[in-house]
Design a protein around this ligand. Structure first.
Ligand code: KG4
Ligand code: ZN
Length: 362
């Protein structure tokens, strides 16, 4: 295929369309971030679906118009088909299926989290496997060993809240707006990260302890206990009527705990698989403290790949880029329908238990 590909993203609260040339270079990108959810402090699925329906046509038109590509010029349409909010997904998938059918071109369903893996390579041609990938978004927390595209060894995932969800919930608890990640990061800049000592869940457990689904539990994550610890502290601070004064310190101390866990496990994973190349993807990858910590931990010989904030958040370009890969390699058959939950195509278990490091102490 030599014609451009259109990428569509509607899994959550961004309506996005992008046009890439057949070699994967980004030509145009439009992202509409829904603001209808702000007053509710979180995404309302029904409102998300309705807004996607309203926006998808103008967003696609704007992306095509930006680069002067007509629908008839397209060679394929890639669409994020899973995972996500089912009503939101259905808008993107149904629109894309109808458009691909009308144009007589292939429709390529893409797994949203595989899309995040392809975010950094849009800006940096070196951002290709092998790497350890930390995918951290509002709905997912995944640690993968990626020896090559399409082979995703699952090292760990969250047992409860996703990392971004923890940012969003804690923001709400300390009285910061949605989305919580950027608000916490901003507030934390003026705070003392050592003022409160919040727990670092599962960070000190040895490999093997708490083994889940045939894997070691060491690389799994858990954020709900940390959220509860912040809530307890906030209740005390509020009793003393000091929330306004303490908010930056609460934000900084929470962020420090999350960064310790995310960076700690990612660096331990890099050591375990013997690879000093790390990719951080998903909305939380916009967090500068997280990236700085991973970069420092890798040292001068290591490489950290992270997309710019615009391409770390949900966008159609990463979907189009992953779609180009899937168009060439296949293996997306299981994703033909919109699905709220689905494993990444090519996900593999992580076996070599002997490579798990001893306790990772802070
Ligand atoms: O990947 P994404 O845009 O959407 C999902 O697939 O969920 O990720 C959104 C998440 C939200 O939870 C948001 O709070 C978080 O990413 N986020 C951040 C930052 N920017 C966005 N978390 C921490 N620090 C940030 N700077
Ligand atoms: Zn995402």
């Amino acid at each position: 295929m030599t014609r451009p590909v259109l990428g569509i993203e509607t899994t959550c609260d961004e309506t996005s369309a992008a046009v890439l040339d057949a070699r994967g270079a980004m030509l145009g990108l439009v992202i509409h971030s829904q603001d209808v959810h702000e007053v509710y402090g979180g995404v309302v699925p029904e409102l998300a679906a309705r807004d996607h329906l309203r926006r998808i046509e103008p967003v696609v038109e704007a992306a095509l118009g930006e680069v002067g590509v007509r629908r008839g010029d397209l060679g394929a349409i890639a669409v994020a088909a899973a995972p996500g909010l089912i009503g939101a997904l259905l808008v993107g998938v149904t629109w894309s299926r109808a458009a691909a059918f009308a144009l007589g071109i292939p429709l390529v369903p893409v797994h949203h989290m595989e899309g995040h893996l392809f975010g950094p390579v849009l800006e940096d041609p070196d951002a290709v496997p092998p790497f350890v990938a930390l995918l951290v978004s509002g709905g997912h927390t995944l640690l993968l060993w990626v020896p090559e595209w399409g082979r995703y060894h699952l090292l760990g995932e969250t047992r409860d809240d996703a990392a971004g969800e923890a940012f969003d919930k804690v923001a709400r608890i300390v009285g910061l707006p949605y989305p919580g990640g950027p608000a916490i990061e901003k507030a934390a800049a003026a705070g003392d990260p050592a003022r409160y000592r919040f727990p670092r869940p599962l960070l000190k457990k040895k490999g093997g302890a708490g083994s889940t689904r045939g894997r070691t539990g060491f690389f799994d994550f858990s954020f709900s206990g940390l959220k509860t610890a912040v809530a307890r502290t906030v209740a005390e601070v509020e009793r003393a009527a000091r929330l306004d004064a303490e908010r930056p310190h609460l934000a900084a101390s929470f962020q420090e705990a999350v960064v310790d866990v995310l960076a700690g496990k990612t660096l331990a994973a890099a050591e375990a698989v013997g690879c000093n190349r790390v990719l951080v993807g998903g909305g939380v990858a916009a967090n500068r403290a997280l990236k700085a910590r991973v970069r420092d931990g890798l040292g001068p010989g290591g490489r950290l790949f992270a997309a710019s904030p615009r391409l770390s958040m949900d966008n159609g370009a990463m979907i189009a880029r992953a779609g180009l890969y899937r168009l060439r390699s296949g293996g997306f058959g299981a994703l033909a329908e919109a699905a709220a939950r689905a494993p990444i195509p090519g996900v593999l278990p992580w076996q070599p238990a002997d490579k798990i490091p001893a306790a990772f102490e802070l």
